[in-house]
Design a protein around this ligand. Structure first.
Ligand SMILES: *Cc1c(COP(=O)(O)O)cnc(C)c1O
Length: 394
């Protein structure tokens, strides 16, 4: 990085990592090559021995992927970044790289569904158990610590209820017990929230969401220090191979270039939509960090720069009313994805949280009348008009 070290967020998002080749290209090239040529047998031996830092094989060394890694590390304020094939393989690489049989994860209840599945089904089989606590309840986190706990894991704000955890307080708790704090920063991205600066040890991304920003590619990343991420998580990637393709890395690079602009625009639109939903008589409750009645509203402005792009709300009339509203939309896409310029709408109780039992859903606060909107960048009046039709249908 060097001369870009002291530059602003947008500058780093646009400039970090690219080393122009002899072709003097202006835009970052896509290195579509699986392997690299060595000048001699001795050079090949030195590369494999780790004495020479050049490229070896694209499972773990690719110049386009490296630009993405360096740029995201610069934006999150981490020493090292490992790009992965998906957000889920980023979670897996962290757990395989840093945990041993007999150690425990302490996690928020409010997690992306596949992360819960990975912890409770697959990691449990390897002897790594997970304890769950309510995301925003600091006392519950403290009470659930055990001598075997090694890693605290959370997403903030949560999906779909937008609850927030106090990252700095949980980092203190983790470090007092010699544990690591891992934050999935998918919803805010470094444009709105930098967990490492608040004391977290590792950041996980599903690049599929806002880092891409236009719903094109699946990918993920882990950011943190040189030892844990640069050596241990990288070791899992190098050996097990859930690697990001150079084409996807290039798409994510282009996404990073407009990340700050997009996150501000998503947040502005979501805040306006949340205020508008709050005024609709058919809407019984709005969940949005930027709303003054949100229980952790005080963290907006300090921990995360703005409310973000996700708004959830409840309609009277349960599942039937929620489905009628969703089915009355013509512009908004009915899909579980988020972080796209296209606005998306979801019924969590029967999709993202459909694998939970009715009791588990109730405990998580996911009611049958709950609807989640990932607010895109269309004109807000058109999004509202699409919802008006649905609200009238309810
Ligand atoms: C989508 C998502 C993931 C998983 O990422 P994939 O790229 O789909 O594998 C993890 N965490 C959060 C919060 C997500 O939204």
């Amino acid at each position: 990085m060097s001369e870009l070290d002291d530059t602003g967020f947008a500058t780093r998002a646009i400039r970090v990592g690219h080393r122009r080749t002899a072709e003097a290209e202006h835009s970052e090239p896509i290195f579509a090559t699986s392997s690299y040529v060595f000048a001699s047998a001795a050079e090949a031996a030195a590369r494999f021995a780790g004495d020479d830092a050049g490229n070896i094989y694209s499972r773990f060394t690719n110049p386009t992927v490296r630009v993405f890694e360096e740029r995201l590390a610069a934006l999150e304020g981490g020493e090292a970044c490992v790009a992965t094939a998906s957000g889920m393989s980023a979670v897996l690489a962290v757990c395989l790289g840093l945990l041993r049989n007999g150690e425990r994860i302490l996690s928020s209840h409010s997690l992306f569904g596949s992360t819960t599945m990975l912890f409770t089904k697959y990691l449990a089989r390897l002897g790594i158990a997970t304890d769950y606590v309510p995301l925003a309840d600091l006392d519950a986190w403290a009470a659930a610590m055990t001598p075997q706990t090694r890693l605290l894991y959370l997403e903030t704000p949560s999906n779909p209820l937008t609850e927030m955890a106090d990252i700095a307080a949980l980092a203190d708790l983790a470090h007092a017990h010699d544990c690591l704090l891992v934050v999935d920063n998918c919803f805010c991205t470094p444009a709105l929230q930098r967990p490492l600066a608040l004391g977290a040890d590792l950041v996980i991304h599903s690049a599929t969401k806002y880092l891409d920003g236009q719903g094109r590619c699946v990918g993920g990343a882990v950011v943190g220090d040189r030892q844990r991420v640069g050596e241990e998580v990288f070791g899992v990637l190098r050996t097990a191979g859930p690697s990001m393709s150079p084409f996807n890395a290039w798409v994510f690079l282009k996404g990073l270039e407009t990340l700050a602009l997009r996150m501000d625009a998503h947040s502005r639109a979501a805040a306006a939509l949340a205020d508008w939903l709050h005024e609709q008589p058919e809407v019984t409750r709005v969940y949005y960090p930027g709303r003054p009645e949100h229980p952790q509203h005080h963290l907006v402005g300090s921990q995360q720069r703005s409310g973000g792009g996700i708004v959830s709300f409840e309609v009277a009339g349960g599942r039937a009313a929620a489905w009628r509203l969703i089915d009355a939309t013509r512009l908004i896409s009915i899909t579980a994805n988020l972080g796209d310029v296209k606005t998306t709408i979801t019924h969590p109780a029967t999709t993202t949280h459909g694998r939970l039992s009715a009791e588990e859903r109730a405990a998580a606060g996911i009611s049958e009348g709950l609807i989640r909107i990932a607010v895109g960048l269309e004109d807000l009046v058109d999004i509202q008009a699409d919802l008006v039709r649905g609200l009238a249908a309810g």
